[in-house]
Write a protein that binds this ligand. Structure first.
Ligand SMILES: C[S@@+](CC[C@H](N)C(=O)[O-])C[C@H]1O[C@@H](n2cnc3c(N)ncnc32)[C@H](O)[C@@H]1O
Length: 206
């Protein structure tokens, strides 16, 4: 729920939301699935046999989708500060990604061969103070960029959720230093009134 909206507003919106209904009728755990699915269908991100890292994975719809797409020889390393019910082919790390030991645990599971794709739907807890929230979100994004240097194999991709506001243009410039192409995605399931959008950075280079 975004700051400024009441829990009643949120409930009303949930009731009318076609993506909530669709998710409830499916085996997916969250309406967030339709954001990743739309991007993946357009950009062909998740391939069979690949290694995917899912940052901020709970309750798990992105991990469910990725698990289905990588098929039997692929694997997913997922991390969240909240617990997540098990999913086939998903190795789950419980902890705060900003904690270095948690980040290192993820890197250990990825191994030397590196990951093909990092996906992040993480959003720091909102304080309601826009400047603070934006600064926290961008600090998290920078941490994820740094993580990519250790986690991604050459040619790997990053899909990351950002929020419109200060720092996003500079972040794109940063990504351009190590990724071949940078694209913006705003899937249909991402509410128009939400400042969230996704950046897809493709083909990581050393
Ligand atoms: C929008 S939800 C992700 C939904 C998920 N993509 C799905 O499909 O089910 C964002 C998640 O990020 C997690 N998160 C936020 N900050 C985190 C942090 N510092 N470390 C780990 N997880 C974090 C939250 O606990 C929350 O579960």
């Amino acid at each position: 729920m975004s700051k400024g909206s009441t829990s009643n507003d949120w409930l009303q919106r949930q009731k009318k939301d076609p993506y909530v209904k669709q998710a409830q009728q499916s085996h997916y755990r969250s309406r967030a699935i339709y954001k990743l699915q739309e991007i993946d269908q357009k950009d062909k991100l998740i391939k069979p046999n690949s290694c995917v890292v899912d940052l901020g994975s709970a309750p798990g719809s992105w991990s469910q989708y990725a698990s289905e797409k990588v098929k039997s020889r692929g694997r997913i390393i997922s991390v969240d500060i909240l617990p997540m019910e098990p999913i086939e082919r998903v190795l789950f790390v419980l902890g705060d990604f900003t904690d270095e030991t948690v980040e290192n645990e993820c890197l250990g599971h990825i191994g030397k061969q590196g990951a093909d794709l990092v996906i992040s739907d993480m959003a720091p807890n909102l304080t309601g103070i826009r400047v603070t929230d934006q600064a926290r979100s961008m600090a998290m994004a920078e941490l994820i960029y740094e993580f990519c240097h250790q986690a991604l194999k050459p040619g790997g991709d990053l899909l990351i959720k950002l929020f419109e506001g200060a720092g996003t243009e500079q972040y794109r410039k940063l990504l351009k230093e190590r990724f071949t192409s940078i694209m913006t995605r705003k899937p249909g399931a991402s509410r128009d009134e939400s400042r969230e959008f996704y950046v897809l950075a493709r083909s990581y280079r050393l």
